[in-house]
Design a protein around this ligand. Structure first.
Ligand code: FES
Length: 168
């Protein structure tokens, strides 16, 4: 199979997968459409199906449920459980509690953004890492602190960032 044919197949497979997911979300909407107060349940199920709730999914839900897009987007942004971006393989959370902030947390954020080429709230294009800010992680004595998945990294400084990332 030529490289072009392979690429075309990948595009077709991705389109078919997208359609399958959107059809499944439509079925969820049909099930809940006439039941009042089910928007959150629909959003939960849609996120399970799609992996996240990007704008076009929110639009489909708003239209199907007879809600405004601004109401649906408001609910999505209110609950931290909902995400508009695909979940990355490794979620990096940088503590910006007082102790971590005072001891250089901001410089760690800047170094991570530089190393990964993304900003806080984004995922890398390959879906490997995402960066988010978090509140105190309860390890203030060893600030600044960051978490990658379930691992806590303490007394981090910008020069350690590259080595830490290389473990993932
Ligand atoms: S302020 Fe960062 S762990 Fe407490």
């Amino acid at each position: 199979m030529s490289e072009d044919t392979k690429q075309a197949k990948v595009v077709i497979d991705a389109a078919a997968e997208e359609k399958e997911k959107l059809d499944a979300i439509k079925k969820v909407i049909e099930t809940y459409r006439d039941k009042p107060g089910c928007l959150i349940a629909v959003l939960h199920l849609a996120q399970e199906i799609y992996g996240c709730l990007p704008l076009h999914v929110q639009q489909a839900i708003a239209q199907g449920m007879g809600e405004t897009l601004s109401h649906v987007s408001g609910v999505v942004s209110f609950y931290s459980y909902f995400s508009t971006l695909p979940r990355a393989q490794h979620a990096i959370k940088i503590c910006m509690g007082t102790a971590c902030y005072v001891r250089g947390g901001k410089r760690i954020v800047e170094r991570l953004e530089e190393e990964l080429g993304i900003s806080v709230g984004e995922s890398t294009p390959d879906g490997k890492f995402s960066i988010a800010i978090t509140r105190c992680l309860g390890a203030c004595g060893l600030a600044p602190v960051l978490m990658i998945d379930e691992d806590v990294h303490q007394q981090v400084n910008p020069d350690k960032v590259e080595k830490i990332l290389s473990k993932y």
